[in-house]
Design a binder for this molecule. Structure first.
Ligand code: ATP
Ligand code: MG
Length: 241
């Protein structure tokens, strides 16, 4: 998908505390329509907290978050989904008692996605042929990697315009890691803007147009994926170079 100059998501001065303990400090972050933007950082840096503030799974924080001009901080999480923002949570939260196909159908529960259900099922089965082979299998009996694919596929069933991915590569075998980043690029080419949160700093900066480095709740570096890969600090802290 061509990147536009149009700002889709704009976060300004976002701060957030859990029970009085501040974990996000005045974060500024932008995602333009068509981009893959990544937020990288170590355990506990605040990556998931940032995504949950966008999707309104957490409230309130101070600062502003707007999506195409709409103030998200005034919305409920289901209203955020209806705007076209879909979060694939960390840790493969699929329905383990439902089959693969039932999980996918659950993903298209919102009104605007129901009509596209058949087309989206074809699309996600094309992206993840493994899911098609196992469409009748119970989600909970799928392997960890397969559940991760299912979680992403289920998110795509909701017709996202902005997809929030929380550590999609976590726990995957090296070969599958490569594969999942290729699939993220492929999803983006089909017109989905992506905000990707990852600990796999190398792979995510490699596929992202732009990135932000988060350390203990603060943005310490920002730039194109390529520029960040060449930053001395990124090399030392995350790439072991
Ligand atoms: N529900 C919670 N209650 C209290 N503190 C929390 C809660 N969730 C997260 N935290 C704390 O907030 C900080 C940021 O956590 P967060 O989950 O956003 O990090 P992360 O960057 O996603 O880390 P990881 O890579 O390990 O998933 C951490 O110090 C964490 O302990
Ligand atoms: Mg996290």
């Amino acid at each position: 998908m061509p990147i536009s100059e149009k700002v889709m998501l704009k976060i300004e001065q976002l701060s957030f505390s859990y029970d009085g303990l501040k974990v996000l400090w005045e974060i500024d972050l932008e995602v333009n329509e068509g981009e893959i933007v990544t937020v990288v950082g170590s355990n506990g840096a605040g990556k998931s907290t940032t995504l949950k503030n966008i999707s309104r799974l957490l409230k309130p924080g101070s600062g502003s978050i707007t999506f195409e001009g709409t103030d998200l901080t005034q919305l409920e999480s289901h209203e955020v989904v209806e705007k076209g923002i879909v979060q694939v949570p960390e840790g493969r939260k699929i329905f383990s008692e439902l089959t693969v196909m039932e999980n996918l159908r659950m993903g298209s529960y919102i009104k605007s996605a129901k009509k596209d259900r058949a087309r989206n099922i074809d699309w996600v089965f094309g992206l993840f042929p493994r899911l098609k082979e196992r469409e009748k299998q119970l989600g909970g009996t799928m392997s960890g990697g397969e559940q991760q694919m299912l979680a992403i596929a289920r998110g795509l069933m909701a017709n996202p315009r902005l997809l929030l991915l929380d550590e999609p590569s976590l726990g995957l075998a090296p070969l599958l890691v490569r594969n999942i980043f290729d699939i993220i690029t492929e999803i983006n080419r089909k017109g989905v803007t992506i905000l990707l949160v990852e600990q796999n700093v190398y792979q995510s900066l490699r596929v992202a147009h732009r990135g932000y480095v988060l350390e203990t709740g603060r943005v310490v570096l920002a730039g194109t994926g390529e520029a960040l890969l060449n930053e001395e600090h990124v090399k030392k802290a995350f790439l072991g170079i």
